[in-house]
Every structure is written in C-alpha cells, then in structure tokens.
Design a protein around this ligand. Structure first.
Ligand SMILES: [Zn+2]
Length: 115
C-alpha cells in the first residue's frame, strides 16, 4: 500500500501551499497521476480522508487526472501512447522497442483552490 506514503506527501504539498498563501481552507485541487506510478486513485482518495482529517484540507475535493504513458520512438520519432499492461511498448510505425518515455510518471498537484 504505497499509496499511503504518497498520499502523505500529497497532503504535505497541499498544506504547504495553503500555509504559504495564508489561507483558511484548501477547497480543491487536481492531481496529475501518471499511470507508470502504479498508484490506484481510489486508494489515494481513501487515504486522504485519514491523512487530512482535522486539517484545513479535510474537505478538499480531489480530482485525479490519469496521465497515459506516451513514448517517442528512438528510430522514427513517432510519438505514441503505450499500453504497458498489454505489453504495448512497440512503435506502431516501425515496430521496434526503442522508445523513450516522455509522460506517464507524473505525480503533481495543479490547480489548488483555497479560501
Ligand atoms: Zn518508430
């Protein structure tokens, strides 16, 4: 359950942003979550209730945006969406596995709303 530690990190980020801004409550934020991270969004939401209980972020609404794995082929330059679960690392154009991952590792908070 590595979602627990990542949820704590998420909480720290949200609280720090709110404290820096001198606000009273974190209303909502968006989490960009790359599928390469292997985190289950529902677990993060579940742990959030525990981690944030009693804090100024207790009632924050969290929107999780899942970011797919995008790769760029090292041979032809094609940018394509890979599907790790299906073993889909191959370039759809030239069929080689020489791609570089250019997205899918995200774990970042964006669009924090506070008051
Ligand atoms: Zn290619």
């Amino acid at each position: 359950m590595h979602e627990l530690s990542c949820t704590k990190a998420l909480f720290d980020t949200a609280i720090r942003a709110a404290t820096d801004a001198g606000v009273h409550e974190v209303v909502s934020f968006r989490l960009r979550l790359g599928v390469m991270r292997g985190y289950v969004g529902d677990f993060i939401l579940h742990y959030w209730r525990t981690v944030a209980a009693g804090s100024i972020a207790e009632r924050a609404k969290i929107t999780i945006e899942n970011v797919p794995v995008t790769m760029k082929c090292g041979r032809c330059g094609e940018v394509y969406e890979a599907s790790p679960d299906a073993g889909g690392w191959l370039c759809p154009v030239c069929g080689v596995e020489e791609g570089v991952i250019i997205s899918g590792n995200e774990f970042e908070v964006t669009d924090i709303a506070v008051r």
